[in-house]
Ligand binder design. Structure first.
Ligand code: BJW
Length: 236
């Protein structure tokens, strides 16, 4: 069977769980330990920037030693196979880590931003950044101190590259959702957009997500175990 003409993959925190990065809503997830409204909203950052910088500094440090697993690598292999056959392929991740890139994926859409980028609220420059940030750090672009923030999409903010995602969904023939609970919009609504386009919809997750009933095919288990075989069957 030929590969589908246009594939869109959406990944969430579950794909990075076996690389040691925490998920949000699972038992022991990040939002069970920390208050979401203090850490993932612009209002929380305005109230206590030191707390929010500390949270993202810890996660940026943790990312330095995190490595991709067989599931990330399988997605990168699928991209290579699609591009070799002239198929369209878009990987959209809600994750702010860079494990897909470490595994070899390219042109990844990070719709919720990236841990290794910062943004200046004074001059709006977005810059690569791998170290800790604090209020005392001046912006490398405009030299103002106190205006740097993580380049992360918090609740109430518009996710990034929505036009590119919507265009890909509008004509995709296969939509695959991996390691996401389906609790956060607009990402949770992508499966509906893919269905409107007539796509086959597949969920690969540890357990059924909030949207499980909408998918035409599903397989449940750890991403590192189920993805390699699923991708090999598609490529074969
Ligand atoms: C495994 C596994 C293994 C575990 N193998 N699987 C009321 C109704 C509808 C919407 C709203 C509403 N009120 C407000 C809204 C909008 C709001 C929203 O959705 N809120 C909900 C809580 C209801 N959304 C927003 O505000 C967004 N912006 C927005 O909507 O703008 C307006 C707009 C309008 C129209 C069009 C477009 C835009 C912004 C959302 C920002 C989310 N930010 C965060 C934090 C920042 C990133 C960071 O710090 O890392 O992003 S929140 C957090 O949740 C993070 C994640 O990307 C996101 C999704 O979580 P994810 O990835 O699904 O993780 P989990 O933990 O939930 O699930 C993990 C899954 O993996 C589970 O299913 C496990 O089973 C599985 N798993 N181990 C495979 N080994």
């Amino acid at each position: 069977m030929p590969l589908p003409s246009s594939i869109v993959i959406l990944t969430g925190a579950g794909i990075s769980a076996e690389s040691g990065l925490g998920t949000f809503r699972d038992k022991d997830g990040i939002w069970t330990k920390y208050p979401l409204e203090d850490l993932a909203t612009p209002e929380g950052f305005a109230r206590n920037p030191d707390f929010v910088h500390g949270f993202y500094n810890d996660r940026r440090r943790q990312l330095k030693t995190a490595r991709p697993h067989a599931g990330h690598e399988a997605i990168a292999r699928l991209q290579t196979a699609c591009e070799a056959e002239g198929r369209e392929f878009l990987l959209v991740t809600q994750n702010v880590d860079n494990l897909h890139e470490q595994a070899g994926s390219t042109n990844v859409v990070h719709m919720h931003g990236e841990l290794t980028q910062i943004r200046c609220m004074a001059c709006h420059a977005v810059m690569e950044w791998h170290e800790d940030i604090g209020r005392e750090v001046p912006c490398p672009s405009c030299s103002e101190a106190g205006y740097l923030r993580p380049h992360i999409v918090w609740f109430g903010e518009m996710p990034l590259e929505m036009d590119r995602i919507s265009l890909a969904l509008s004509h995709c023939s296969l939509f695959i959702s991996i390691g996401t609970s389906g609790a956060v919009y607009p990402a949770a609504g992508f499966v509906q957009e893919a269905l409107y386009a007539g796509a086959k919809t597949v969920e690969l997750n540890l357990e059924p997500s909030e949207n499980a009933h909408v998918f035409s095919e599903s397989q449940y288990g750890p991403a590192s175990e189920i993805l390699p075989g699923w991708v090999e069957r598609l490529i074969a």
